[in-house]
Ligand binder design. Structure first.
Ligand code: SF4
Ligand code: SF4
Length: 370
């Protein structure tokens, strides 16, 4: 495409070049939408046009082969269009009801060699949509847990809730593999966040060759790092000292200095948070709260993590009122009761959201019953 017709010469092409014709035609003129069955949405436009979207679960890290297969499905049924949602679902859109069944039959017929569905349909309404997640061990430098691995294990465990709409309301799951939290952990119904529990190691032998020491010092939010010198092979070398008791294991220093790694098989793992949401329905948006302080990393199938998430989800499914999100349910029954019905042990590390002053927390108020 000639450069002179571009808005700029960098970045992606303008988004509306990629819209399906029916969406371009009715842009900004939609009346309402309905969920016809799990995974199938119908959007009605003022002009009377309709768009049917079939939502399927997908992985965030995909092979080129799988992406090519998705594109071939989009070419065959959807005029070459498909979209990826922020929760790693894929939506195939068609412009008439007659095209929905052939598309769904095609999607259902495609299986992996072991027999599992390549394109499971679901993730709409009162379900668990696909789990939004971050980079994990494959792609980032500070993860305390993997992303794709635990997410696959969790989604396998809650699969029946992805393909149905039998929960009281939507339960949004999220995973961020460190406290930098590239995922929506603070505002999801049930969320997993990777946590380090040990201070960084100091690789003095290479530190002054690969790090800007002032940057590593300045990166520490708790002022735990100071420059120092150390003798190696009879030579004075510049390096850093870390006051371990001040360290909160955030990994900021490692971002600046690769000689301060803090990944550790024993120290790393996950915390579980619940009750966050961005929706305004029934109650204001909420931050999630920590309900499990530590679950170990157990690749490849993370059994302890998946067990706790299923435990929370099933207690919620059994006990919550229709339309009540996890946080609304926990607040109605009381957080004390939340620990009873989910069977999770309560410890002093839990549920405070740290918005109050450190010496006046919600747990220490007269409102808290324990
Ligand atoms: Fe990297 Fe942390 Fe983001 Fe995971 S959450 S991708 S470890 S910065
Ligand atoms: Fe400071 Fe965070 Fe590094 Fe600990 S991990 S020394 S708190 S920057």
């Amino acid at each position: 495409k000639p450069m002179e017709n571009r808005i700029s010469d960098i970045g992606p092409r303008k988004y509306d070049e990629f819209l399906p014709p029916v969406i371009k035609k009715n842009y900004g003129q939609w009346l309402y939408h309905e969920i016809l069955e799990p995974g199938v949405l119908m959007h009605k436009a003022e002009s009377g046009d309709e768009v049917y979207s079939v939502r399927v679960g997908a992985a965030r890290l995909m092979s080129v082969g799988l992406i090519r297969e998705m594109c071939a499905i989009a070419d065959k049924h959807c005029g070459g269009h498909l979209r990826f949602t922020t929760r790693n679902n894929v939506e195939f859109m068609v412009d008439s009801k007659a095209k929905v069944k052939p598309l769904m039959d095609d999607l259902k017929s495609r299986k992996f060699p072991g027999g599992s569905l390549k394109f499971p349909i679901g993730g709409t309404g009162a379900s668990t949509p696909n789990m939004v997640h971050t980079q994990g061990w494959q792609h980032c430098h500070t993860p305390a847990t993997d992303a794709a691995g635990p997410v696959k294990a969790v989604m396998d465990e809650v699969f029946e809730y992805f393909t149905s709409m039998k929960l009281p309301a939507s339960v949004r799951l999220a995973l961020a593999c460190c406290l930098n939290m590239c995922g929506a952990v603070h505002c999801s119904d049930i969320a997993v966040v990777g946590i380090h529990r040990k201070p960084p190691l100091k690789d003095h032998a290479v530190l002054d060759q690969i790090c800007e020491i002032p940057l590593a010092v300045a990166a520490c939010p708790t002022a735990a790092i100071r420059p120092t010198k150390i003798e190696i092979d009879g030579k004075q070398r510049n390096t850093v000292a870390i006051k371990d008791e001040r360290c909160m294991f955030c990994g900021n220093c490692y971002t600046m200095c690769a000689a301060l790694p803090l990944a550790d098989a024993e120290g790393d793992g996950c915390a579980i948070m619940v009750g966050g949401k961005v929706s305004n329905r029934l109650s204001m948006p909420k931050f999630s709260k920590v309900v499990v302080a530590y679950v170990p990393n157990e690749p490849p199938r993370w059994p302890s993590l998946t067990k706790v998430i299923k435990q929370i989800l099933e207690a919620y499914a059994k006990d919550a009122r229709k339309y009540e999100r996890v946080g609304e349910w926990a607040e109605r029954i009381g957080w004390e009761k939340f620990f009873e019905v989910t069977g999770l042990p309560f410890t002093h590390h839990l549920i405070d959201d740290f918005r109050d002053h450190a010496y006046y927390t919600w747990r220490q108020s007269t409102q808290f019953k324990w």
